[in-house]
Design a protein around this ligand. Sequence first.
Ligand code: D5M
Ligand code: FE
Ligand code: ZN
Length: 523
Amino acid sequence: MSTEETNVQTAVAKLIKAGFQISPETLDMLQKEPNPNQIVDTFLSTNKIHPLETPVLKPTHFQLPRIEPPEITKEKDAKPTKPITQPTKKRQPAEGIKSEIKILKDPTPELRGKGTIDDFLSNFQDRYYRLRDILSQRVDGKGIIDIQDAMKSKKNTTNDKDRTIKIVGQVTKKTMTKSGNIAIELDDLTGRVTVIVQNRDPNLFSKVQLVLLDQVLCIEGAIISSEMLIAKDLFLPDIPSNRRNNRAKEDISALLISDIHFGSQHFLDKIFQRVLDWLQGKEGSKEHIELAGNVKYIIINGDLVDGIGIYPNQLAEITIHDLDSQFKGLNRLLQEIPNHIQVLIAPGNHDGVRLALPRPAIDEKFLSVLNDSGTEVTSLGCPSQVSLHGVNVLIYHGDSLVDIMAALSKPEMEARFVAMREMLRGRHLAPIYGKKKDDRIGTTLAPEPRDWLVIDEVPDILHCGHVHVTSVGSYRKTLLINSGTFQSQTNYQKLIGIEPTPGIIPLVNLQTLNVKTLNFTQS
Ligand code: D5M
Ligand code: FE
Ligand code: ZN
């Protein structure tokens, strides 16, 4: 065996030990490289990807340390002969491509704002029936009946097969029984039933552990009393496993960002400026500048500004004290985005629109400075769904990630991925209802007659922000991307133990759906 082969083997062994798998192209790449061990060591020491989020490593994952972060050239130390600085006027490939944005879903025009008892009821019914429809379309979703009918018709039967029924309900309670089983209470408007999931069935037991409060799911079970079932199977609406994702015909890409928090003293202006300079083709390595040339869209997914009075003692940490000036300041920065790039904006919990989900779009008046500069801005509500050159993108700030992660009791890195995956499996962006009294955690949901958080159409990309940590993963061909932040740790985040990863920004090629995470943190 040659030394090169042994080198490659050691390098591959290190990756496998760290929990990764590698694609054939990666193996090929490592075989061609003179020093595969060094590449792997650099990857492992700088890597922010968790094996569960991206188990199979592609060659692009290893380019991370090689792609030079766009260098900042400060006026005083700029070298006139610097070869990597390119003239700004060069025509970018994305300039020649016409934008193709279709808005598939935006709650803005339909939000009513005030919640009556009837609205609560219709919101629940809407969530329930739309998810039940999706469940009924599954091969294993045939024969679903209402809880009331199920319990009435079968309770006197003795034959186990005859006692078996299939129901769909919303989880109103989940508790551990004395014998270590899990009991869930299901409600479907016609009735209520307690379902026991026994721990002696490990497969089913692991499924029930992921079940979230207020989620709508299907249970197949045997009736053992007038209000109790023993579960035989449990499933969520989920997304199809054999789906083909949509791709753009053109070689263009979308830069996903969020959580800029302009106006906060922790907003990292230098890092944000590097992104703007890179987009203008002013700064960066040759390879990096080529990537910028293909950017056709920027999605800004909430928390554009820091807002006012959002978290405890925020006033001590903001540099701009009114919302209007915060937006004006941010607009002035965003004006530097080249005009051929289309900007899509959706609100977060800091942007001066209502806190409860769904949220209407940020008022045009706050974006007028940007609009006037010739940049085309599409201001959308939260959540919204768009098609960019046929690629279906679900844009959601991600408020509920915090409560889903807390409910999952998994290590943080894993929980971040699992929380986004469970949104898709449950076909709902914020399953857990309302902020409980005195509870720090909880997503406020407005009782709109329609439940806008249901995921009707399966996206090719689920884009979230809010947690301030960049992550890239996928589930059944849908990319799960969290676009991180441009804000360093606030005192409040320090208190609750949040370690942000500012300046690590995902760029999605819409033709291949490959994602590169660009590191703008170093100059
Ligand atoms: O959220 C910034 C970070 O703080 C993000 O990781 C979520 C977390 N966060 C925000 N609000 C809460 C509450 N109420 N409990 C726990 N964690 C929270 P941002 O929206 O930028 O303030
Ligand atoms: Fe934020
Ligand atoms: Zn947020």
